[in-house]
Design a protein. Structure first.
Length: 250
């Protein structure tokens, strides 16, 4: 008889309380082998690393995904272009841009050529633009349905709306009173299908649990590894991005 078999036989002869306690120890040991403690390190904190999306440390995490999205659709950024806030992505990725307008609710924005609240019906000129860029804006708009309707109506037939929204993001401390919405990629697709009838809508997402955690903590792009941004986990989308093409048929 082997040593292991002799030990098992001897264990069966022990009183029940001792055998029962031994089984509990064995189960606890197995759990210890399977479930390892998380090493929180400097992330075991109730206050983030940065309260400004990492701007005080470098580049915010979501900028990587936005830049990749607009770069991937650079061919759409042409002709008469409208961008929210400033000519950031149209200036960086535009091809054959003939004119650029900037829309902003803030009248103090000197770059704005259209000062308007997108939640007010009819504030944009109809059939005026070949491409409209709306990065991370709808979360601040009181009525996203009106805003999207305005944007779609402002496109010329065949024009393209490039729009991004946050899925996982902290409240903007500089605009906490108007930071209203978060929407999943599936929700964004449903809303655009409803609000932009007869348009071709394509929605994608970007992000993973690592970049989402880093973004919430306010860790900057410069503190990450480039490969960290390549994994796309549909269960942890950080940004939802849509390309909406207005029908060329009147």
């Amino acid at each position: 008889m082997s040593v292991r078999a002799r030990l098992a036989t001897g264990a069966r002869r022990l009183p029940y309380p001792i055998r029962h306690a031994g089984r509990r120890v064995q189960r606890w040991a197995r759990r210890r082998r399977v479930v390892r403690h998380v090493r929180w390190g400097s992330l075991r904190r109730t206050r983030p690393v940065s309260i400004d999306y990492g701007l005080d440390r470098g580049t915010p995490i979501d900028r990587v995904y936005l830049d990749r999205f607009f770069a991937a659709h650079a061919a759409d950024i042409r002709g008469a272009v409208l961008e929210v806030g400033g000519p950031v992505f149209s200036g960086r990725h535009g091809r054959g841009v003939t004119s650029t307008d900037i829309v902003d609710i803030d009248a103090e924005n000197e770059a704005a050529t259209i000062v308007a609240d997108l939640a007010v019906p009819g504030v944009l000129p109809a059939d005026a633009f070949d491409c409209i860029l709306v990065p991370q804006t709808l979360q601040y708009v009181a009525d996203p349905q009106v805003a999207v309707t305005n944007l779609c109506d402002a496109l010329r037939p065949g024009g393209v709306l490039l729009l991004t929204v946050p899925v996982i993001a902290k409240i903007d401390r500089h605009a906490a009173g108007v930071d209203r919405w978060r929407v999943t990629p599936v929700g964004l697709r449903a809303l655009l299908d409803r609000w932009c009838p007869a348009a071709e809508v394509r929605v994608e997402s970007a992000g993973n649990v690592l970049t989402a955690t880093a973004f919430l903590q306010g860790i900057s792009v410069e503190e990450m590894r480039p490969a960290d941004f390549d994994a796309v986990d549909p269960m942890f989308p950080m940004v939802a991005m849509a390309r909406v093409v207005r029908s060329a048929v009147p």
